[in-house]
Design a protein around this ligand. Structure first.
Ligand SMILES: *[C@@H]1O[C@H](CO)[C@@H](O)[C@H](O)[C@H]1NC(C)=O
Ligand SMILES: *[C@@H]1O[C@H](CO)[C@@H](O)[C@H](O)[C@H]1NC(C)=O
Ligand SMILES: *[C@@H]1O[C@H](CO)[C@@H](O)[C@H](O)[C@H]1NC(C)=O
Ligand SMILES: *[C@@H]1O[C@H](CO)[C@@H](O)[C@H](O)[C@H]1NC(C)=O
Ligand SMILES: *[C@@H]1O[C@H](CO)[C@@H](O)[C@H](O)[C@H]1NC(C)=O
Ligand SMILES: *[C@@H]1O[C@H](CO)[C@@H](O)[C@H](O)[C@H]1NC(C)=O
Length: 152
């Protein structure tokens, strides 16, 4: 009887944990979809976020979470729409490549948005109109964290 009781409690605990994990994951995937849509970066190409892992310049992991963002600059120009992307929604982003996207602004502004994405390992912001210097602290932090970094 005691065994049965504890098994029931345990399995309902496990079930509630699984449900909590699943809903957290679903929620974070929905945040990613919303961020991609609201960025407007792909609005000329597709608004169908159900297909987002198949959009040009997007890669996802097996769970459907975005790992790479690399819109081809010949098809999509991010330009002033850079600021519309809420990068904080991407918890698994390792690769961001925005070379030749007519980005214009100070390096510090751009790094404010993406410099603290802890999963990011490859960053390419080359061939844009970024100016100004990075603070030494941010520069050192970036150099230590990234495997590949092309910012000028
Ligand atoms: C996506 O939505 C925007 C805004 O509603 C619209 O202007 C655009 O034509 C849509 N793009 C596609 C590919 O359907
Ligand atoms: C992705 O797009 C290609 C064509 O561009 C299509 O053949 C394929 O079925 C799509 N995959 C998914 C999962 O929709
Ligand atoms: C969408 O298409 C318009 C017209 O061709 C172009 O001016 C604009 O730069 C494109 N936007 C993106 C994000 O590629
Ligand atoms: C980076 O940190 C700043 C300051 O703490 C914060 O406002 C911003 O939202 C963070 N960005 C991301 C992408 O997490
Ligand atoms: C730089 O980007 C522009 C488009 O903004 C492109 O036409 C040019 O070929 C790129 N140059 C290099 C060296 O990649
Ligand atoms: C970049 O922005 C600055 C300030 O807003 C502006 O003066 C400059 O013309 C812009 N450059 C390009 C290439 O868009």
């Amino acid at each position: 009887m005691v065994m049965l009781w504890s098994t029931t409690v345990l399995s309902s605990y496990v079930a509630s944990q699984v449900a909590a994990t699943t809903s957290a994951t679903t929620m974070s995937l929905e945040r990613e979809a919303k961020a991609l849509l609201e960025s407007g970066w792909w609005s000329n190409y597709s608004n169908d976020t159900l297909q987002r892992c198949n959009w040009t310049g997007i890669s996802c992991n097996d769970a459907g979470s975005v790992t790479k963002i690399y819109p081809p600059s010949g098809v999509i120009k991010v330009g002033d729409k850079f600021k519309n992307m809420d990068f904080s929604c991407f918890l698994n982003l390792v690769f961001l490549s925005l070379g030749g996207h007519e980005l214009n602004g100070t390096m510090e502004d751009f790094m404010f948005n993406i410099g603290n994405l802890s999963t990011l390992r490859h960053l390419d912001l080359s061939n844009n109109s970024l100016y100004g210097r990075l603070s030494t602290r941010l520069g050192t932090d970036l150099r230590d964290r990234f495997l590949r970094l092309f910012i000028f």
